[in-house]
Design a protein around this ligand. Structure first.
Ligand code: ATP
Ligand code: MG
Length: 368
């Protein structure tokens, strides 16, 4: 097992810059998630780490070895591709043995590794079947098994759950987490599913247009996103962004914006935030779960601001109820518990937890 260090990594395809200077590191045993929209360069970064794509510029280190010019088979990496890439004519057992066979691992050692991993992934009854006789989820576990028999320095996963249905995906997510807790291998895990990233990783790198926007622990990425892109990408439903102005209400700094009824919302800011702003115009970021129905409890609590807003659409999902509310011209999504659920058409009295709000600079889109 080893650490992974990526230094100022660049990739050009002709004149197109796909990766624009990536810096990342995974400590030994760490689970890193790479997220970002389609085309941002996640698979390219993984393929370069595995040695399957050439490096335009920069360095890749596995442990204390620079691997830029090391052949893929000598990098001691196991990779699980999104497509699984199982050999269709081989049985599950043969698929799992293939890599060991080509590295001349002795037969008894191969058998022992397959038995150990098959038990771990609960695929023992499937060992003599061919991939065509397996379900998607079983194939996925076999692809994982083929990587796990390897005992490599580093695991690379490229969206391994993306072909599974919702239920199986959640089950496999838990399996991967258990597996990592048990074997503790250094892992880079690409996904465009931010729940997967939040639940699995000790740190998340959020990529956009070939650059890492933020690389930090899940809680920091979620609660202190470094810019509007990260804030909007992580979290579902997305963070609400409202254009406002910094002003003063009852002697304390607040952010104001117009409401539908002709009034103005005045939400008091936390200490020190207004001082850091370089312009009066700001973007206020509020997560859906930080809106709640105003009650005697919330209006008393420090850090909560109040306003009322018309409810346009109500979407109950069982455990919680989403609603679209109108803040001035802006549609805002709230996430409520069913017992405080909004009613369509109601002018809903709301409490906003301003201790959890984010302010962004409209010029740079960076967190203030
Ligand atoms: N061989 C190639 N030649 C030219 N451009 C390429 C090549 N391979 C990838 N690209 C481009 O590089 C960019 C990054 O691709 P990449 O596959 O790394 O994205 P990704 O983040 O993995 O996206 P997805 O989430 O859709 O899998 C894309 O714009 C893609 O079109
Ligand atoms: Mg990809």
């Amino acid at each position: 097992m080893a650490s992974l260090t990526i230094r100022n990594l660049r990739k050009n395809y002709g004149s197109v810059e796909v990766l624009k200077g990536i810096n990342l590191e995974a400590k030994t045993g760490e689970f890193i998630a790479l997220v970002g929209p389609s085309g941002c360069g996640k698979s390219t970064l993984l393929a370069m780490t595995a040695g399957l794509e050439s490096i335009t510029q920069g360095e890749i280190w596995i442990g204390d070895r620079m691997v830029n010019s090391v052949a893929p088979k000598d990098r001691d990496i196991a990779m699980v591709f999104q497509s699984y890439a199982l050999y269709p004519t081989m049985t599950v057992k043969e698929n799992m043995a293939f890599g060991m066979e080509s590295r001349n691992v002795p037969k008894p050692e191969q058998q022992a590794a397959i038995a150990r991993v098959a038990a771990l992934l609960q695929i023992e009854p499937l060992l003599n079947r061919k991939p065509g006789q397996l379900s998607g989820g079983q194939r996925q576990r076999v692809a994982m098994g083929r990587a796990l028999v390897r005992d490599p320095a580093l695991f690379l996963f490229d969206e391994p759950l993306s072909n599974l249905d919702a239920k199986l995906r959640v089950d496999m997510r838990t399996e991967i987490k258990k597996l990592h807790q048990r074997v503790g291998k250094t892992t880079i895990y690409v996904t465009h599913d931010q729940i997967e990233a939040m639940t699995l990783a000790s740190r998340i790198a959020v990529m956009h247009k070939g650059e890492v926007q933020q690389f930090d622990e899940p809680e920091v990425i979620y609660n202190r996103p470094s810019n509007v892109f990260v804030a909007g990408f992580m979290g579902s439903p997305s963070m609400n962004f409202i254009n406002g102005e910094i002003t003063t209400a009852n002697g304390t700094p607040a952010v104001s914006f117009p409401l539908v009824n002709g009034g103005t919302a005045m939400l008091q800011l936390q200490n020190g935030v207004a001082e850091r702003a370089t312009s009066r115009s700001v973007i206020l970021g509020i997560r859906p779960e930080h809106l709640s129905r105003q009650s005697s409890a919330t209006s008393e609590r420090a850090g909560f601001a109040t306003l009322s807003a018309p409810v346009e659409v109500v979407e109950p999902t069982g455990a919680e109820t989403m609603a679209v509310l109108k803040f001035g011209q802006k549609e805002v999504v709230g996430r409520f518990s069913p017992d405080e659920a909004p009613k369509t058409g109601e002018d809903m009295p709301l409490a906003v937890d301003m201790t959890r709000a984010c302010l962004f600079d409209p010029a740079t889109e960076r967190l203030i």
